[in-house]
Design a protein around this ligand. Structure first.
Ligand SMILES: [Zn+2]
Length: 267
């Protein structure tokens, strides 16, 4: 699942091939932008902000994309065969040497003044101005909210998606339903930061292992916890009519449920 580290890697690979170079071709495969032609414009920068990828093309204009659940960016020399079906491409950019293709992007638009437009986002875990104290303060603002929901709220802290919220809760021994006010928020925030920094230049892992064992609990519903052997539980946190509903994985032994009194205190 694309999260802050994925966006960082995509932006870095676009920047490496495109920054300072004029575009020779662009094609938005999104109806609203089908007539936009960026050829002749120079790519000033490509950067991630939380889980968003922003490609600055001058005059305060930027291409703004978000990978959502399935999106992926590919950057390669011009002429390279695409590894994803062409009908899933939402954006194609080219210089005279390189091509970037955004497949299955959940958001793909032109945005004026991107930093203002994305100013609702909380501190960016991989951003140049990362501010852990502000992230902790934001997460503490609603102490009754389950930490498993607060971690996904990009207005509080930007970059964590479902994989990291499950893994961080496991690594801290915290049940995702635990009210945010009852967990060690500085430790949680620090762990999120360390994991994203470690993974921003490699295939993501939270265990140090690759492939099938790269996550402690994420995607491992019904299989034995790698620490204690108890079957990992798969559940949902949130109700069906909120965007917060995401499948949740946790170990009921390593992450004991919060006490009933703390759950009852939720307004
Ligand atoms: Zn366990």
């Amino acid at each position: 699942m694309p999260e802050g580290d994925t966006a960082y890697q995509a932006a870095a690979s676009i920047a490496a091939a495109f920054a300072g170079k004029p575009l020779t071709y662009s094609q938005f495969r999104v109806p609203r932008y089908a007539t936009v032609d960026l050829s002749g414009r120079t790519v000033l920068a490509a950067r991630s902000i939380g889980k968003h990828v922003v490609v600055d093309v001058g005059d305060d204009w930027a291409i703004h994309t978000h990978m959502k659940m399935e999106g992926v960016w590919r950057v390669h020399p011009v002429g390279t065969r695409w590894t994803k079906p062409a009908y899933t491409a939402r954006l194609v950019l080219r210089t005279d040497t390189h091509e970037a293709v955004g497949f299955d992007l959940g958001v793909c638009e032109m945005l004026r003044h991107p930093d203002e437009a994305l100013s609702h986002l909380g501190p960016d875990l991989l951003g140049p101005g990362w501010d852990p104290e502000l992230a902790v303060a934001n997460l503490a603002r609603d102490p009754a909210r389950p930490i498993g929901l607060a971690l996904l709220d990009q207005r509080l802290m930007a970059g964590v998606g479902n994989v990291y919220r499950c893994e961080v809760c496991f690594l801290r021994g915290v049940h995702p339903h635990t009210p945010a006010g009852e967990v060690d928020l500085p430790a949680i925030v620090d762990l999120c930061h360390r994991l994203l920094v470690a993974n921003r230049a490699r295939v993501r892992t939270t265990t140090g292992h690759a492939r099938a064992r790269r996550y402690w609990v994420y995607g491992r519903g019904g299989r034995p916890c790698m620490r204690c052997g108890t079957p990992v539980e798969r559940s949902f946190l949130g109700t069906a009519d909120t965007t917060e509903e995401r499948v949740l994985y946790h170990c009921p032994h390593c992450q004991p449920a919060p006490s009933q009194s703390s759950l009852r205190s939720r307004p």
